[in-house]
Design a protein. Sequence first.
Length: 247
Amino acid sequence: MKYLLDIWRQRDKDTDGSFRTYLYETDSDTVTVASALSELNKRKELADIEGVVSGRIVWECSCMQKKCGACAMLINGKPRLACDARLSDNKSGRLRIEPLRKFPLVADLTVNRQIIFDDLRQMQVWSESDIFADDRNNTVMYEASRCLQCGCCLEVCPNFAVGEKFFGMSAMVPASRLLAGMTGSSFDRLRKQYGKVITDGCGKSLACRNICPAGIDIEGLMARSNAAVLWKWFSKRRSRHDNGNNT
């Protein structure tokens, strides 16, 4: 089978970029975009269909097994992991491969997703005491632990933009894991941050609902976390109100 791969080439963020088309041939219907990119980069001379020779394609990968999220990119307009996208999924024989557009470009298909981790740090998504899973929160904590921090959910979110106050689902998911088991002052600290950077900014478009490569139930986690945060808030407010009436 012959495939035409329209791949975005851009040396760095300060230069202009464009799509270049490469021919890739294979007898296998299990070849992924990641495998094809690796094979293209192994060629002695990487020439497009017009014969123009260029340097190796810059892209990221690590596990190649859908576990790390490093190879997230746009494939035919949809954010996907290159290691999980087969060429044969596209019956036309032509694929458009480009970098995620919500993040600063590094080169070609590689972007800088440091904002995801900066947001987690700013949100203080950590616990100062031990948290244990039990029958009450085990499902939630396990589901949230599967997040790859790949950025696919942010790519489709109409409310997320780098540097804005809404941190998106890549922050909500790990926060939901902690909120499920936190208590006391640690919970109060994260609850306040959650309200500022998640609840107040989410437009509930749920564009992220079916985009997660790991298949995480983002909608379910968000509903649980929102309920936990609001329930604690209302409980404390009511407690203060009742105590005030009893004095």
